[in-house]
Design a protein around this ligand. Structure first.
Ligand SMILES: *Cc1c(COP(=O)(O)O)cnc(C)c1O
Length: 464
């Protein structure tokens, strides 16, 4: 063992090696040196506890150092290829943005902007003016406010309108969205008293009416985004909530979750509330996420009556929840695309993927399968009929017919292939079904195709 320990190369000697020069030509010397020392320490520890019984070659040490430094110097947040077929995949970043939004966000990053500057008056302006005119146009709302996300919107609305007082909501709508967002928990934290009424499957207007008294500050309805109660079920309708609110002079609020700015009925999508329609029924406040079906950046969009929204703007918490300039730029330019719906369907990725023609997906899959068959002889490659999901907690029972690629390697299990695809420089995320690794073309971008093919080839190559 002592023999081995003495054989460990000295740092000063290693620093004179040409391989070292190659590393510090690319990476910062300080980082590389720390990594080298850490490697030698590991080597020493390994020898002492008997795990290492032979001195690795110098090249092997440098190879390890290079890999570690490269990993350290590359961002942890990476581009991935989404082969899951789930369009608004919360774990993969929800909606991709249209080019117009990306350009606007880059502009806001590169240049000074009139973020809070009124160009007409030459004085301080309001950052929320930017998205306001397009949001009003798309929803007919009297006033609007954009905050960090819909969770923040729910909190701000409840805290502003009902702190210390009661909010009535149906038991069937006390939902959990995932990622620890639970309506009852947010309600508690916002300082309101939750008054749940009805039963899990059925709630009537009378259930609300029975518990309304002086301490009632808000009547609330939440869209049960990611699940559906079927069969013997009844929820309180927006119209009923509105008529109760008006009769008792209590504001009404709908957490729409995703919501739609434009009807998608032709896609069999009927269960998402159309924001403009719900507002027209007389509801006072609606909130929804920017990065779900609207296909915009992450945001909580609040629309409704001016007196309530003005109160929210005055709430000190509004500052903590406020959107940054990139988001505001991205939201506004995405929403502007909705003024020409045909163009919106082509240019907003979330809508484009929902509407993408299945035949086109089949053609793309066919072409890629053909290439992979040539390049990957040790793997059975075929076209698969799949069904995509909209995702993001929306439309839990809508499945869109799709096509994709099925891979069944001979030399390794589908699990192993799935792991190797995840470990690529541009990771590929798929799913396993009956020993096949499936990749759905609906969520794979055209520009993903080249790295997809080379990535699959790489993952299959030396993974025995
Ligand atoms: C998704 C969702 C939320 C949370 O929205 P985020 O933008 O993710 O914060 C809140 N309420 C409902 C009903 C939802 O569907």
């Amino acid at each position: 063992m002592n023999e081995l320990l003495r054989m460990i190369p000295r740092v000063d000697d290693l620093l004179r090696e040409p391989a070292w020069r190659e590393i510090v030509d690319i990476y910062p010397e300080g980082v590389a040196k720390d990594t080298l020392r850490a490697h030698l320490d590991q080597l020493r520890a390994g020898i002492k506890d008997g795990a290492i019984t032979a001195m690795p070659a110098i090249e092997t040490i440098f190879e390890g150092v290079r890999t570690d430094v490269a990993r350290l110097m590359s961002p942890h947040l990476k581009r991935v290829i989404n082969g899951t077929g789930v369009i608004i995949h919360t774990n993969l970043g929800r909606s991709l943005l249209p080019d117009a939004a990306i350009e606007a966000m880059t502009m806001a990053a590169r240049h000074y902007t009139n973020l809070e500057y009124d160009l007409g008056k030459g004085a301080r302006g309001d950052r929320y003016e930017h998205c306001s005119s397009i949001l009003k146009r798309l929803t007919n709302a009297e006033s609007t406010l954009v905050v960090n996300n819909n969770a923040a919107a729910v909190f701000l609305i409840l805290n502003t309108l009902a702190e210390g007082k009661e909010v009535i909501i149906s038991r069937g709508e006390l939902i959990e969205i995932g990622g620890s967002f639970r309506i009852p928990d947010v309600m508690k934290k916002s300082g309101v008293i939750l008054r749940e009424v009805g039963t899990t499957n059925r709630t009537y207007k009378e259930d609300f009416e029975h518990v309304i008294y002086e301490e009632t500050a808000l009547l609330m309805k939440a869209h049960t985004s990611n699940f559906k109660i079927k069969g013997f079920a009844r929820e309180i309708e927006t119209e009923e909530l509105v008529s109760l609110g008006q009769r008792h002079n209590i504001p009404t609020y709908l957490d729409a979750g995703s919501g739609l700015l434009f009807p998608l009925k032709e896609m069999g999508i009927q269960d998402e509330p159309l924001i403009m329609e719900e507002l027209a029924k007389g509801i006072d406040i609606i909130s929804f996420s920017g990065d779900k079906l609207p296909g915009a950046p992450q945001a909580g969009i609040i629309v409704g009556k001016k007196i309530y929204i003005d109160a929210m703007k005055r709430n000190p918490m509004a500052r903590a929840f406020r959107s940054d300039k990139f988001t505001l730029a991205g939201i506004e330019s995405t929403l502007l695309l909705y003024l020409d719906m045909e163009k919106a369907k082509r240019s907003i990725p979330t809508l484009r993927m929902i509407y993408e023609d299945t035949e086109i997906l089949k053609k793309r899959a066919t072409r890629i399968v053909k290439i992979l068959k040539d390049k990957c002889p040790g793997c059975s490659v075929s076209i698969a009929r799949l069904s995509s999901e909209v995702g993001g907690g929306t439309l839990p029972d809508v499945f869109i017919p799709s096509f994709g690629i099925a891979l069944k390697p001979e030399s390794m299990s589908a699990q192993r292939l799935e792991e190797r695809l995840r470990g690529l420089t541009i990771p590929i995320i798929g799913r396993i079904e009956k020993d096949n690794l499936l990749l759905d073309m609906r969520t794979i971008l055209k520009e993903d195709e080249v790295p997809l093919i080379s990535g699959i080839q790489h993952a299959l190559m030396d993974g025995k």
